[in-house]
Design a protein around this ligand. Structure first.
Ligand code: SF4
Length: 272
């Protein structure tokens, strides 16, 4: 296993900072730090104690180690949900999240790329907003336009939720010619295979007509879901919310700690 989590998949932050450079500096510091021991492929199998005096049993290979520590930082992460919607897994032209960026050759020759937002988010199964996908798709769209302004990029969305200052990215994308088309949960876009591509049909509420888009690639912003957190929650007696993300002590006043002293949380373990 490797350190780095979801950051390994990312190239830059929304402000343009290089994530891989930062990550590799951080990993170097970690390796050189005499007080840090990294246990890879490890699993927490038991825990007891209180702030300043925790004991955690960690299974590493065939061995179980007991680690004594003063605090706990919960950083179990999250992941992009799998899906079988929109031909994902059936047609290689349908990708999800950062998969499309991993093959720059594809992007170079593409004439039309369609992003579909809210795939498996904000529906009956996962009522929550995954919060980072609108920004991620818009960043990808901007980068595609910067590299090749002639590529037509469509983003099919239900609501654009580029939180806070990230709204500037939404404005920038529109100025660069990215086309945003709104769809509703009861009338989702349809993706079918055609010769040398994909056909995406989406109802445009402004034109009051179906748009037919002949796309080279379709990229899906699938929901962010938690990893299996039940065991950690039980060992340290820390609560999960209805979606199985960890729940902070107080959303506004104590957003990165639990009610139990000495236990903190960070990253996607919390909520995207
Ligand atoms: S961030 Fe955007 S795409 Fe993601 S769930 Fe929220 S509204 Fe949907």
């Amino acid at each position: 296993d490797l350190l780095g989590g979801a950051a390994r998949d990312l190239t830059k932050t929304w402000k343009g900072q290089n994530i891989q450079e930062y990550l590799s500096e951080l990993l170097d510091k970690l390796e050189q730090h005499s007080d840090i021991e990294v246990l890879l492929n490890a699993e927490v199998v038991g825990a007891s104690g209180f702030v300043g005096n925790f004991e955690t049993q960690v299974a590493v290979g065939n061995e179980t180690k007991t680690v004594e520590h003063g605090i706990v930082m919960v950083a179990t992460g999250g992941k992009a949900a799998d899906t079988d919607e929109y031909l994902y897994g059936k047609n290689p032209r349908v990708t999800r999240w950062h998969e499309i960026e991993h093959d720059p050759e594809k992007l170079k020759n593409a004439e039309i790329i369609v992003f579909i937002q809210c795939v498996g988010s904000r529906d009956q199964n996962r009522p929550y907003c995954s919060r980072i996908c609108c920004t991620a798709s818009i960043l990808q769209a901007i980068s595609i336009k910067e590299n090749n302004p002639d590529t037509n990029v469509f983003i099919l969305y239900r609501d654009i939720r580029t939180y806070g200052e990230k709204e500037c990215l939404y404005k920038k994308a529109r100025e660069m010619g990215v086309v945003f088309v709104r769809y509703s949960l009861d009338n989702k876009p349809k993706v079918t295979e055609i010769e040398n591509g994909l056909e995406v049909v989406v109802f445009d509420p402004i034109l009051q007509k179906n748009l037919k888009i002949k796309a080279d690639y379709v990229n899906l912003a699938t929901a962010i879901e938690p990893v299996e957190n039940a065991a950690i929650s039980e060992f340290y007696k820390i609560p999960l919310n209805a979606e199985n993300f960890f729940m902070e002590a107080h959303a506004k006043l104590r957003p990165v700690e639990f009610a139990t002293d000495g236990i903190f949380l960070c990253g996607l373990a919390h909520y995207p």
